[in-house]
Design a protein around this ligand. Structure first.
Ligand SMILES: Nc1ncnc2c1ncn2[C@@H]1O[C@H](COP(=O)(O)OP(=O)(O)OP(=O)(O)O)[C@@H](O)[C@H]1O
Ligand SMILES: [Mg+2]
Length: 498
């Protein structure tokens, strides 16, 4: 994982290697300013900032240069200056729509190649005209790690101590935990989140640690494509799927510090496909519970409806957040909705689908360990072959209809869930009556049987369930061909989950 000092090295290298324009898309203005200021100090060159309200200001002075609020005047001034320098121009890129300013900047860039001077363009959303492609290099500041966040936590708490006389009742380990729980947020978001939690109770204590986690969950929920979930189920809730569960059980702990120290290769993820209603989504959720990890769901479909126009950026940001939350289980349900092969959906722009897929594949390839991906798919035929190629996932599992033993287990689990003692039922009989049923259909049979029993003012019994099963035509019968087609596909490409 790259650290704050790695980032500074990278920036220094860009300036030193005479890159005239550095483009930084970020809402963390203060961070890029601090980074650049550090680089300038190290290189011993002057550092200037510019905004349209304040003009051009040299760091260490408090008088902006006369009349430089005007973008054209500012560029003129920069052109006249001699010697090295770093110029951070905030929200300047929008003025580049004017031909004259764009031209001027390009001329400046050309002259900058001779000296150690860089113009840094920053904005929360940065779109540069294509004319600058050769001169501008992008620089990414990543989300802050927990070390950097600890500084934010300490500063925020100190501020409250001074202003509101709130005394912190948390030791160093507690503070570190607060910082850890804020990962995934920007520095400013982290500061605001913590401040809000402190203000709510006018206290900094053990509860603050969990309060910030809850507040972060809410903040990420608003982010739109990631939902931070409580992992409520585990493998005890999943019937059958022995192979898959065994595979996952074996890798439990592989993401933990101990596992890493032992030399375990961190698992990357699995793709679960198969027959409808047989527990793909359930199993994905259960991994997090079983491994005692956090669970985040990524809504790939939202990239195309809610966030059209900024789809790739959203995807990148979500994946970056997921990495910051590591170790974590990242669940992508119905993956084909976001990463379908081109041509499978008429109303989605093919270029966009390709770019989304490319972004995702790059991430799959280069990502940091610590994010275990569980993807499910109901329609593997819609998934592009690039995604299914060896090495993308550790394994592709195929979930088939449950056999008699698994169906008995299904009845047991779902009877228990509804407050019935499975010992009072003939599990072999109900399992045999539900031949060809999916897990969801078994569950539905119990739900319907309960209605029947209640209307007859009788207690739920084996007979009522068996009758209910006989009245059901399961999917495996009504959509026999589809199920066969799935099995055919899976025979060569996937490992049986059951
Ligand atoms: N193997 C199973 N063990 C326990 N419950 C199951 C199992 N399979 C299905 N169920 C029950 O059926 C419900 C639906 O299952 P789930 O959503 O996991 O299926 P799915 O394979 O993801 O289906 P879809 O293809 O429709 O997305 C679950 O919430 C659960 O109650
Ligand atoms: Mg599902």
């Amino acid at each position: 994982m790259s650290t704050a000092s790695d980032k500074r090295d990278e920036l220094r290298l860009l300036v030193n290697s005479r890159h005239p324009i550095i483009a930084v898309e970020t809402s963390e203005e203060k961070r890029i300013e601090d980074l650049l200021s550090g680089v300038a100090a190290e290189l011993d060159i002057p550092f200037f900032t510019w905004t349209v309200t304040q003009g051009l200001l040299r760091k260490g002075t408090d008088q902006p240069i006369y009349e430089t609020e005007d973008p054209g005047m500012m560029l003129g001034n920069v052109a006249k200056m001699r010697g090295d320098g770093i110029f951070l121009l905030k929200d300047f890129a929008r003025y580049l729509e004017q031909d004259k300013l764009l031209r001027r900047l390009r001329e400046l860039a050309a002259s900058f190649r001779e000296v150690k001077r860089s113009i840094v363009l920053s904005a929360p959303v940065l779109k540069l005209p294509p004319e600058l492609d050769d001169d501008a290099v992008p620089f990414r500041i990543e989300l802050p790690d927990s070390v950097l966040l600890l500084k934010v936590v300490q500063a925020t708490i100190a501020e409250f101590g001074l202003q509101a006389r709130i005394k912190a009742e948390l030791d160093q380990a507690g503070l570190r935990q607060v910082a850890q729980n804020l990962t995934g947020l920007t520095m400013e978001e982290a500061r605001r989140t913590l401040a809000k939690c402190i203000l709510e109770r006018n206290k900094v204590d053990a509860r603050t640690v969990t309060d910030v986690l809850e507040a972060k969950r809410n903040a990420l929920r608003q982010e739109g494509t990631l939902t931070y979930l409580k992992a409520e189920s585990n493998f005890a809730d999943v019937a059958g799927l022995k192979n898959l569960k065994e595979w996952l059980r074996k890798r439990r702990g592989a993401l933990s510090a101990e596992g890493q120290k032992f030399g375990l290769e961190p698992p990357k993820g699995v793709l679960i496909t198969g027959v409808q209603g047989c527990g793909k989504s359930l199993c994905a959720k259960a991994v997090a519970g079983e491994w005692s990890l956090q669970l985040a769901r990524f809504d790939a479909g939202a990239l195309y409806d809610k966030f059209i126009g900024e789809s790739e950026k959203r995807l990148r940001k979500s994946l970056e957040i997921a990495e910051k939350l590591a170790p974590i289980v990242l669940w992508i349900d119905e993956m084909e909705k976001g990463f379908a092969a081109t041509g499978s959906s008429a109303d989605v722009d093919a270029g966009l689908t390709q770019r989304i897929l490319a972004t995702f594949l790059t991430w799959l390839q280069d990502r940091q360990p610590g994010v275990f991906l569980v993807a499910t798919s109901n329609n593997i035929h819609a998934l592009p072959p690039e995604l299914l190629r060896k090495g993308r996932f550790d394994e592709i599992f195929f979930v088939d209809l449950p056999d008699a033993e698994a169906r008995a287990e299904l009845f047991k689990i779902h009877l228990k869930k509804r407050g019935r003692d499975p010992a009072g039922f003939d599990l072999a009989a109900v399992a045999s009556a539900s031949e060809g049923f999916s897990g969801a259909e078994v569950e539905q049979a119990i739900v319907s049987a309960l209605y029947t029993a209640f209307s007859k003012q009788a207690q739920l019994s084996t007979e009522i369930i068996v009758a209910e099963c006989h009245a059901t035509r399961p999917l495996s019968v009504t959509r026999h061909e589809e199920v066969e087609r799935l099995r055919e596909w899976a025979r060569e490409r996937a490992v049986p989950a059951n």
